[in-house]
Design a protein around this ligand. Structure first.
Ligand code: PMP
Length: 392
């Protein structure tokens, strides 16, 4: 096992070894988290709409737990398919204005499982270089050709579409909102290209679901493009504040996936209580517009406050606001110093982001007040100055 020790040493040497640390929720202080006994402003979680501790969700989970028990006992195709699945999938399809939907265990399994089900030898997956790891893994596991295009570079994508024009099936896949940069995919152009080259389009709305769209349907709806997306993926782990994921699309797609997605067929169904919690969250996502509106204003304000302070925060208008640092060790130091001032802001390092682009990735939540973000921005600037990250 020496080689593993060597690998770990290499990671440690590059300030790139990961460690687990305990975090606890802070029920009496929304938008905060407890680490090492200290309450910190939580700018690290993806709880965009502040729903993770919502009493309606907790009540729905507890009530169903009492009636249905803790576990579902088997795969959906055996005995795990409780009636709440059907109700939730009908509600999701209606919300998404899609013919049908399919609930999956989580976003990782949804992305990887769906790509493997759709694609195989002789096919080609066109994937943005910044797409989530679950998309990359799905493409690799599918045994299709994996054509990665430079981030949001549609000339590069078109050149690849042209190169592989004679392949059997083609799938263009993209995050709607890129998780580590907070910028958007160029969805209008992607729709044009998918039509021009007769490809399918799959969009992962993990970070944009709940946040964009009149009822939180996602960025594709906000842009009026949802009818052109063949495979729509969303998660319940971020804005919904819980866990799980779904695919939405037409009846044929959903029937096909039901028969082919291996993580669905060969894995135990989600606990019924969790599904009841998702149902409650779906209602809140659709109706509590004030959460989205507040989040938009605070995210915009926070982004410009950091820009004005002299940080390079990248492009975008989303609640994901990264401060680019570059060096791994410096990013770690930044994160530690933030924690000492009462802010949870996590250092993101390779391979999650390209080498030399380590960063602190902040996620704003509708649970945060303007005051909290104002104070945070002052502290972040102070820490940035102390570490010599700001020249002005
Ligand atoms: N897609 C994207 C873009 C993500 O950021 C994530 C989670 N980090 C996932 C999919 C996976 O979702 P889940 O956490 O539900 O497995």
């Amino acid at each position: 096992m020496n080689w593993m020790e060597n690998e770990l040493e290499k990671l440690a040497h590059a300030s790139n070894q990961r460690h687990l640390r305990d975090s606890a929720t802070s029920p009496e202080r929304p938008g905060h988290i407890v680490r090492g006994g200290n309450s910190l402003l939580d700018l690290a979680s993806n709880n965009y709409l502040g729903l993770a501790g919502h009493p309606d969700i907790i009540q729905a989970i507890c009530e169903t737990l009492q009636v249905e028990g803790a576990g579902s006992g088997a795969s959906r195709f055996v005995t795990g398919n409780r009636s709440v699945y059907g109700r939730l999938e009908a509600a999701l399809a209606s919300w998404q204005q899609a013919e049908a939907s399919l609930v999956m265990a989580n976003g990782y399994m949804a992305n990887s499982g769906v790509i493997v089900a759709l694609m195989g030898r002789g096919d080609v997956v066109f994937s943005d270089q910044y797409n989530h790891a679950s998309i990359v893994d799905g493409a690799v596991l599918s045994r299709a050709e994996h054509a990665r295009y430079r981030h949001n570079d549609l000339e590069h994508l078109e050149a690849l579409l042209h190169k592989y024009r004679d392949k059997r099936r083609k799938l263009i896949v993209t995050d709607a909102l890129f998780s580590m940069d907070g910028d958007r995919a160029r969805l209008h152009e992607l729709v044009k290209l998918k039509r021009r080259y007769d490809a399918m389009l799959m969009v992962d709305e993990a970070h944009s679901g709940g946040v964009y769209g009149e009822k939180g349907e996602g960025l594709c709806h906000e842009l009026g493009l949802h009818r052109h997306v063949d495979v729509h993926i969303g998660t319940f782990s971020k804005a919904f504040g819980i866990y799980g994921a779904y695919v939405a699309g037409n009846n044929v797609l959903i029937q096909y996936l039901m028969n082919k997605v291996r993580p669905l067929i060969y894995s135990t169904a989600l606990p019924p209580s969790l599904l009841a919690g998702i149902m409650a969250a779906l209602h809140l996502v659709q109706t509590e517009h004030w959460r989205r509106n507040h989040l938009r204003s605070t995210s915009e304000w926070f982004r410009s406050a950091l820009t004005n302070a002299g940080f390079h925060v990248g492009e975008g208008d989303s609640p994901i606001v990264p401060i680019m640092v570059g060096d791994n060790e410096q990013a770690l130091r930044f994160s530690e110093a933030l924690e000492a001032t009462g802010i949870a802001g996590i250092a993101i390092r390779p391979p999650t982001v390209p080498v030399g682009t380590a960063r602190i990735r902040f996620s704003v939540s509708s649970a945060h007040t303007f005051d909290e973000l104002r104070q945070a921005s002052v502290l972040i600037k102070k820490v940035g100055n102390q570490l010599g990250l700001l020249t002005s």
